[in-house]
Design a protein around this ligand. Structure first.
Ligand SMILES: Cc1cc2nc3c(=O)[nH]c(=O)nc-3n(C[C@H](O)[C@H](O)[C@H](O)COP(=O)(O)O)c2cc1C
Length: 244
């Protein structure tokens, strides 16, 4: 197995950080790795915003459901889907820009996600740890205003980075027999799912010293019981995205 693949498979989200700054050249190397992600039609429909101001971090942490590590991490960046510069170049080139296609929102979201995962992998290769913060979408319009985002730019998720001050065990993933098939989609392998549920249950018991003991199906169904940020559609429409 090669080193990159080993590195990727050693991933754990890190939410507690040493009081040690990330050297500027290392941070720039990591962000630069993001810039080299593949991009749909080479549109590069993303933008990354580094948030240094502690007051702003505090406000964002509160918006994201009081996730304190947004304040305590050494670097916090926000990944945006961005069609605004594509709109700009279309206008320069006298081409009518119509950013309302759902397809374009997907392109921007996928581009930003690929950039972000490059950033996290590069960070981990430098001995750093991090965690994605989708919680910023709890109050997406307030985050939008705080960052002064123009039309066609939306904050998708943040990322906390720093040198790890914790060494959590890896969270077990669904097995290949469930997530992978050949030629056509396969039916759920219930035996494998039952086994996975047992593994996840033991993982939570070990990691939380018995405070949590749910399995993956229980956790997942609980997570989906109710609405899922129903404000997203009207927000996206207000930014010019995703209406057809
Ligand atoms: C897009 C995205 C958003 C996430 N948002 C949050 C978040 O707001 N807060 C948090 O603590 N973890 C967040 N996570 C981290 C996941 O909970 C974590 O990746 C998952 O439970 C698997 O654990 P692991 O990364 O330690 O392997 C997010 C992950 C992704 C990919």
């Amino acid at each position: 197995m090669n080193n990159v693949s080993e590195l990727i498979k050693s991933h754990r989200s890190i939410r507690k950080y040493l009081d040690k700054e990330i050297e500027e050249d290392i941070l720039m190397d990591i962000l630069e790795a993001g810039r080299w992600a593949p991009s749909s039609s080479h549109l590069q429909a993303y933008h990354v915003i580094r948030i240094k101001d502690p007051e702003k971090r505090k406000v964002i942490a509160a918006y994201a459901g009081d996730q304190k590590y947004i304040e305590s991490c050494k670097e916090f960046v926000i990944f945006c889907g961005d069609l605004s510069r594509i709109k700009h170049v279309c206008e320069e080139e006298d081409v009518k820009f119509d950013g309302a296609y759902l397809e374009l929102f997907l392109i921007a979201s996928i581009d930003a996600s690929l950039v972000a995962q490059n950033v996290l992998t590069a960070a981990e290769s430098h001995g750093l740890g991090g965690v994605y913060i989708g919680g910023i979408r709890n109050e997406i319009d307030k985050v939008d205003k705080l960052l002064q985002l123009p039309d066609f730019v939306v904050p998708l998720f943040g990322m906390c980075l720093g040198y790890p001050d914790q060494d959590p065990i890896k969270k077990p993933r669904l097995p290949m027999s469930i997530v992978y098939s050949e030629e056509t989609y396969n039916e759920i392998d219930q035996d494998a799912l039952d086994k996975y549920n047992d593994i996840v249950k033991s993982y939570y018991i070990t990691r939380t010293k018995g405070k949590l003991n749910h399995n993956w199906s229980e956790y997942t169904s609980e997570r989906l019981d109710g609405e899922s940020r129903p404000h997203m559609l009207s927000y996206l429409k207000s930014k010019g995205f995703a209406i057809k």
